[in-house]
Ligand binder design. Structure first.
Ligand code: HEC
Length: 315
């Protein structure tokens, strides 16, 4: 076998490169030079055509996407504006009188449908109400407790350590009372929704008539900020729906602002402490920074300014 292969190769070599190329990358028969210089080679032409085709395909795809997006009707929910919250700044605390008014709004309006299971009456003490006021607020509600020594459950007024009672015994009852829609628990709603209080404020104040040609189903209301624009919550607030105990004029936007501030505090009770800690950390950090810089330079000065010299051995 080996002898045959050697023979074939030697024949090939003797006949030039026509039978078998001597080496795969070796010399190939050349095309006449005059043809080469007359214009771009075939390969170049094909490449240019391919590039044109690619550009056309990409452009077409881009146009299709743009046209599709311009007529898509599913993603037209409004982006809520940035409202100037008192607590929106880097170093600004919650407006506690607003939080207090917000509790009043929740108590008198929202608590008819929405629970706030994770908030207890004791949380209000020192934030919005005094201890005695909070005790009085708690005593307005009753909870089931027990069993007593005869094994019976009984009702008693709420105390400070009780959580806010829910308006419905369970979520099925809540749905049944609200046209099949479940009013979400509001304890952490500000953190549970994108854009937090900006969104909730816009939602509460932006009910309006549906645009021409849009008909709402029974029990749904048009609201441009709600995803899908049809919300099962009837407009909950309007001017003068409540009377503030501190005499603040109860306009619709005032009520919405106060309840949103209250809900922000409920979602993030550590808000003020967090910002105060941040301020302290920045102050102390800014004092320590020059010190650390100096220390760093001091410690490294010896290493960074040393010189290593090679002294060849002398005989
Ligand atoms: C009559 C009952 C009722 C009252 C009163 C009410 N809500 Fe609602 N709320 C609902 C229902 C039902 C839903 C669920 C809507 C849906 O999923 O379509 C809802 C949903 C919400 C949502 C969630 C929207 C979302 O993005 O999912 C927020 C926030 C909210 N309500 C805030 C409030 C506030 C604040 C108040 C008081 C000012 C209030 N609601 C009063 C019934 C009510």
């Amino acid at each position: 076998m080996a002898a045959v292969a050697v023979a074939v190769r030697s024949v090939a070599r003797s006949r030039g490169a026509f039978l078998l190329p001597a080496s795969p990358g070796g010399p190939r028969p050349r095309a006449p030079l005059s043809w080469q210089s007359s214009g771009p080679s075939r390969g170049k032409k094909a490449k240019a055509a391919l590039a044109a085709l690619g550009a056309l395909a990409a452009g077409g795809a881009g146009l299709a996407v743009a046209l599709h997006a311009s007529v898509a009707a599913y993603d037209v929910d409004l982006e809520p504006p940035h409202w100037p919250w008192d607590h929106g700044g880097l170093f600004t605390a919650m407006d506690h009188s607003s939080v207090r008014r917000g509790y009043q709004v929740y108590r008198q309006v929202c608590s008819a449908c929405h629970s706030m299971r994770f908030l207890a009456f004791r949380n209000l003490v020192g934030v919005t109400h005094t201890e005695d006021e909070a005790k009085a607020l708690a005593a307005e509600f009753e909870v089931q407790d027990g069993p007593d020594k005869d094994g019976n459950m009984f009702m008693r007024p709420c105390i400070l350590t009780d959580c806010f009672p829910s308006p419905y015994p369970n979520s099925e009852a809540a749905k049944a009372a609200n046209n099949g829609a479940l009013p979400p628990d509001l304890s952490v709603i500000i953190k549970a929704r994108e854009r937090g209080e900006d969104y909730v404020f816009s939602l509460l104040t932006s009910y309006c008539d549906p645009p021409a040609g849009v008909t709402m189903e029974e029990g749904l209301y048009y609201n441009p900020y709600f995803p899908g624009e049809a919300i099962a919550m009837a407009p909950p607030i309007y001017d003068e729906i409540i009377e503030y105990e501190d005499g603040t004029p109860a306009t619709m936007s005032q009520i919405a602002k106060d309840v949103c501030t209250f809900l922000r505090w409920a979602s993030e009770p550590e808000h003020d402490v967090r910002k105060r800690m941040g301020l302290k950390a920045m102050l102390i950090g800014s004092m320590l920074l020059p010190l650390f810089y100096y220390l760093n330079r001091h410690k490294w000065a010896v290493l960074k300014s040393r010189k290593i010299v090679y002294r060849p051995p002398t005989k």
